[in-house]
Write a protein that binds this ligand. Sequence first.
Ligand code: FES
Length: 154
Amino acid sequence: MVKSSDLSVGEMAERAGVPVSTLHFYEAEGLIESWRTPANHRRYDRRELRRVAITRIAQSVGVPLAEIKLVLDGIPRTKAVSAKTWARAAAPWQAMLEERIALMTRLKDQMGYCIGCGCLSLESCPLYNSADTLGQNGPGARRWIGKQDERAEI
Ligand code: FES
């Protein structure tokens, strides 16, 4: 049955701020659902907008589509969903998101400092990684790996 709040694919794309092709992709991946009118026009329940928004936001912080789908699969489509239900469904993301937040915070805070990566391209590198001496300890950013507050030492 057509509800006045249901959206055509164009309306859905416009309100969600994504191309129609993205909606088709999300649908093919099982993240959102549509239904067809007797004239074979695709329609979306307006509640699917929240699934698109959650997917876009989660993707933007690097959550894989498979993990997004797991969460969305735990949200019923047949009724209005409470904030509590959404929060419960997202609970598995808590630890992962907190880890990413901590990593991004460190990256933001240490971007301007020598991280011991071997580049020797900052003025501070000769002080903290003279002649790439930290490279003898292994690959990667040696002043980054395994340290919680590298900046405090710089
Ligand atoms: S930032 Fe690369 S060695 Fe200092």
